[in-house]
Design a protein around this ligand. Structure first.
Ligand code: AVI
Length: 321
């Protein structure tokens, strides 16, 4: 018979879907402990990520925005007007909204894991752009997903900004792009932000900023995991670590145990030795020459790109034809 505090723990755990509990346990018990980057984004993590995006060291967001501002008219010429703009991982929809006046989509389909967060943004946006049909969808893009019939089939443009493609392993990135290709006809296309390989010192600083916001973002994952798994991670026993790994062309984020410790959760535990890591994120960096073949392998063609004067970031467009 569980005592009352055990019963509370177990009922809280029962609210976490089974597959999430299993995935977290498997990752924490692996030889090299790891967690999926999706666990960064609880309420606090989402706010911290918004703060990261305006940090001076984190160049991707503002560089991508500059590319859109400088080349929007050219992009519209290549992409064409109208159709359905499908915003993958839309967040507050701000990025896509800047495309509306130029691309004039007939339909806007923002997708995010949290449909509630989306609904508020869409309600505000619908007032500004009443002539665009808007359909918000709550989907986890990391799992199998299909677009419902409400999404118009003619001229689907998948919009995937922010270099989120970099958080997939290359094999998964290819599978994801293939899935997009299979979800549109020959009129469709993809408009995607890709972070490019650059000087290690710039990459290291972007993921280990001087204010420690990225450190807080990384450490906050432990609190989120505690809620999902009823585990007892103590954030004070862990340290943020991030660096560019040039062999693998990716920035790696880890949490490093600062002392020998044990983490417990209902039905399991793991001992960590001082210096042992949990691998929390990879952020792959591409070159134009490595990303174009990936698009081609996925079934997209006629790729073109726009970049910033430093060549730090690229916005790429490719047709489904
Ligand atoms: C969401 N994603 C593209 C970010 C990135 O740069 O990989 C997440 C991030 N992690 C640390 N800082 C930002």
């Amino acid at each position: 018979m569980p005592n009352s505090s055990n019963a509370t723990e177990l009922s809280a755990l029962a609210r976490t879907p089974h597959h999430i509990v299993r995935e977290l346990e498997a990752g924490l018990l692996a030889d090299t402990a790891h967690t999926s980057p999706k666990y960064f984004y609880d309420a606090v993590g989402s706010v911290l990520f918004e703060a990261i995006c305006v940090l001076p060291e984190y160049y991707p967001t503002r560089t991508e925005a500059e590319i859109f501002s400088s080349h929007m008219a050219d992009m519209a010429q290549v992409i064409g007007l109208g159709g359905s703009l499908i915003d993958l991982g839309a967040g507050n929809c701000a990025q896509a909204a800047r495309l509306f006046p130029v691309l004039t989509p007939d339909q806007y389909v923002p997708i995010d894991i949290s449909v509630q967060h989306l609904q508020d943004a869409v309600t505000r946006l619908q007032q500004r752009f009443p002539h665009i049909e808007m359909t918000a969808l709550g989907l986890d893009l990391a799992h199998d997903w299909v677009l419902p019939v409400e999404v118009r089939n003619d001229k689907r443009l998948f919009f995937y900004p922010g270099s989120s493609i970099g958080n997939f392993e290359p094999r998964q990135a290819l599978a994801f792009l293939r899935h997009l290709r299979a979800s549109c006809d020959r009129q469709g296309g993809i408009l995607i932000g890709v972070d490019l390989i650059k000087d290690k010192s710039l990459l290291d600083a972007a993921y280990a900023d001087s204010l420690g916001v990225t450190a807080a973002f990384n450490l906050n994952l432990l609190r989120h995991v505690n809620r999902l798994l009823q585990s007892d991670f103590d954030v004070r026993q862990w340290q943020h670590e991030a660096y560019f790994n040039p062999q693998k062309s990716r920035v790696e984020m880890h949490l490093r145990a600062t002392e020998d410790l044990r983490v417990n959760w209902p039905g399991g535990y793991r001992n960590f030795m001082q210096g042992e890591n949990i691998h929390t994120e990879n952020s792959y960096k591409y070159s134009i020459d490595s990303f174009v073949p990936l698009l081609a392998e996925a079934g997209f063609s006629n790729a073109c790109h726009w970049s910033d004067p430093h060549g730090w970031f690229a916005v790429m467009y490719a047709k489904a034809a």
